[in-house]
Design a protein around this ligand. Structure first.
Ligand SMILES: Nc1ncnc2c1ncn2[C@@H]1O[C@H](COP(=O)(O)OP(=O)(O)OP(=O)(O)O)[C@@H](O)[C@H]1O
Length: 306
């Protein structure tokens, strides 16, 4: 049985993403997948993503990796294919945009339910020693199996920028203002010190949760310089028309000092999440090797790529 790429779902900097089906000997569709494809010469980040996803397999809150192979395209060029489970609901970004278009704000219960799933995914990623480094609505996939309250299952995706950063470790870019992920979701320490540790993802989660609540990103800015300045010097705008518990949850995500910012374990115990778990009747809520070289201003060890 061979996979057949049917149409393009989207494109990334590396290449394209296809919707693909596997047809069995009776001509029936046996499986579906999303295939991320890149010219083999430009596939390093996809190959790394495959390695990372293999280590994360089994978590229901992380997109599942099926397999990877190399095929030859019509122009005789070797193509690297990364097979992933297919998300038919698009991304969380699409969900937020659609709610905004229909002028229906996501309910706080919905946001809590999604925050829970994202935290479970982040907890798994961090336990395995990775920092995602690019958590944002566009990198969170939506699956169709919404529950009885019309809420969806979400999974973390796009691990192309992830870093291996074990406990107590941090990765430094070495240059200020050179964060790895998307600037809008980047924490202050990534700009001031090039500091990337697990707390990075928690700040990005806070930005994502606030965006679900308001329909807009947390920063209002003129240009990149202005945005960088605001991230380093100002506090993010916490939405005012949300519950006190929701505001407190966001405050914990937006603590400027990454050593004091709450971890995924702590946030999973926050009343914002715990109360939603009680409300939900069913509990359906649902390597790069490093060696330590020196200590950064946040008291974490800095790994050196070897
Ligand atoms: N498993 C999947 N199921 C369904 N759609 C997917 C899947 N993976 C990616 N897509 C879609 O394909 C498009 C490109 O995704 P991808 O994450 O590779 O690129 P990107 O994040 O836009 O680019 P880059 O990774 O270069 O920043 C997006 O619209 C995304 O929603």
């Amino acid at each position: 049985m061979a996979w057949k790429k049917l149409y393009v779902l989207g494109a990334g900097s590396y290449g394209k993403v296809y919707y693909a089906v596997k047809i069995d000997s009776y001509g029936l569709c046996a499986s579906v997948a999303a295939i991320k494809c890149a010219d083999i010469r430009r596939s390093i980040s996809l190959q790394q993503e495959a390695q990372i996803l293999k280590t994360l397999k089994g978590c229901p809150y992380v997109v599942q990796f099926f397999e990877a192979n190399v095929s030859i395209d019509d122009g005789n060029i070797p193509i690297y294919n990364l097979f992933l489970e297919y998300a038919c609901g698009g991304s969380l970004h699409d969900l937020i945009i659609n709610s905004k278009k229909r002028m229906i704000k996501m309910s706080e219960l919905e946001v809590r339910f999604y925050a829970y799933q994202l935290l479970k995914g982040i907890q798994h990623v961090h336990k395995k020693g990775w920092v995602h480094c690019d958590i944002k609505p566009a990198n969170i996939l939506v699956f169709d199996n919404a529950n009885e309250c019309n809420m969806h299952k979400l999974k973390l995706a796009d691990f192309g920028l992830s870093l291996k950063v074990d406990d107590g470790m941090a990765y430094m870019t070495g240059t200020p203002l050179s964060n790895r992920g998307t600037l809008l979701y980047a924490p202050p320490e990534s700009l001031t010190h090039g500091f990337h540790a697990k707390a990075y993802d928690i700040w990005s989660l806070g930005c994502t949760v606030a965006e679900m609540m308001t329909g807009s990103c947390i920063w209002i800015y003129h240009d990149t310089k202005d945005l960088q300045w605001k991230i380093m010097n100002e506090d993010p705008m916490i939405p005012s028309n949300v519950s006190e518990i929701a505001r407190d949850f966001l405050y914990r995500c937006f603590i400027k000092d990454p050593r004091r910012r709450w971890t995924s374990e702590q946030l999973l115990q926050h009343p914002f999440i715990q109360q939603a778990l009680c409300t939900s009747s069913s509990n359906s809520m649902p390597e790069t090797q490093v060696k330590t070289a020196r200590v950064n201003p946040f008291g974490c060890q800095i790994p050196v790529l070897v």
